[in-house]
Design a protein around this ligand. Structure first.
Ligand code: C2E
Ligand code: MG
Ligand code: MG
Ligand code: MG
Length: 283
């Protein structure tokens, strides 16, 4: 067990080094080319209802199919893409693809078509963000009710009034709004009550210390209570253990996502999982 882990860890280190030792300029140019060549693909992680144990949605997570490097995780290129401003066109591509996927799942009669999409702050701040989103909806004929936009608390650092107006407009268009990584950022509870949020996503860091830190358990409990009071749904991220899931069920958390059920997987694998959804979970 230990060996496997260590091997996995070393492997990861080598992999990281090979990317990070690469001259920045090369990485930048291949990121640009990657966009031109459509090398970004989406994986999907199921979101499970704690009430019914069924898949109720998925989160779209981008991967870079970089020639010679395999499937590159977002941590390896999103920060740079943000610095370069490339996250704006990449994010647009991601939203377009997620909308297409949602429509396709609806057309195929699959039981799930709610897809959550991560929206970077920079993307959200663009003056034409609403236009872009509207164009994508028109083009794909996706139902905004099926698309959840994941924003983060860093939104509260920008021009609040403008952001609030934008969010309200998106909400009126029918989109679902989720607050991602909740508890890690500049959560002003004041803004939280003003934002038109449908779902709070409790950050993985709190969930992974459940069972180890009584204080984090108290915080998770408090977030769930607060979410209920504010009429938000609440989802726990990064659930890996049965005991974590049971705790979340006990305190009335609505949904979870995490390796316990499934890591992010390809659209095809996700379809298979959704079709097998009726099969009870192994504990
Ligand atoms: P996130 O939005 O908070 O996504 C959840 C991350 O947690 C995903 O990592 C997922 O694979 C991972 N995860 C889920 N369950 C577990 C678990 O049980 N254990 C552990 N250890 N990890 C788990 P991923 O796919 O590497 O994405 C990392 C981050 O990159 C995302 O965090 C999000 O902030 C960003 N990201 C991913 N796709 C996009 C995108 O299309 N646009 C933007 N702007 N950001 C993205
Ligand atoms: Mg997310
Ligand atoms: Mg995030
Ligand atoms: Mg998150």
């Amino acid at each position: 067990m230990y060996k496997v882990k260590e091997k996995g860890k070393n492997h990861f280190m080598i992999y990281r080094c090979s990317m990070s030792m690469e001259p920045m300029i090369e990485l930048e140019s291949s990121l640009r080319k990657g966009l031109e060549r459509d090398e970004f693909i989406l994986y999907y992680q199921p979101q499970i209802s704690l009430l019914t144990n069924e898949i109720v949605g998925v989160e779209a997570l981008v991967r870079w199919e970089r020639p010679g490097f395999g499937l590159v995780p977002p941590s390896e290129f999103i920060p740079l893409a943000e610095e370069m401003g490339l996250i704006v066109p990449i994010g647009e591509r991601v939203l377009l693809e997620a909308c297409k996927q949602s429509v396709s799942w609806r057309e195929k009669g699959l039981p799930v078509f709610r897809i959550a999409v991560n929206i970077s702050s920079l993307q959200f701040q663009q003056n034409d963000f609403i236009e872009t989103v509207s164009r994508i909806i028109k083009e794909t004929r996706a139902n905004p009710n099926d698309i959840e936009l994941e924003i983060t608390e860093s939104m509260a650092m920008g021009p609040i009034e403008k952001n609030l107006a934008k969010l309200s407009y998106l909400k009126k268009m029918g989109f679902l709004i989720a607050m991602d990584d909740f508890g890690t950022g500049y959560s002003s509870l004041h803004y939280l009550s003003q934002f038109p949020i449908d779902r709070l996503k409790i950050d993985r860091s709190f969930i992974s210390s459940l069972g180890k830190s009584e204080k984090d358990a108290a915080i998770v409990k408090l977030i769930v209570m607060m979410a209920k009071g504010l009429n938000f749904q609440v989802l726990a991220e990064g659930v890996e253990e049965e005991l974590q899931k049971e705790f979340l069920m006990d305190i009335g958390c609505d949904e979870f996502q995490g390796y316990l059920y499934s890591p992010p997987i390809s659209a095809d694998d996700c379809e298979k999982l959704m079709l097998a959804n009726a099969v009870p979970l192994q504990s």
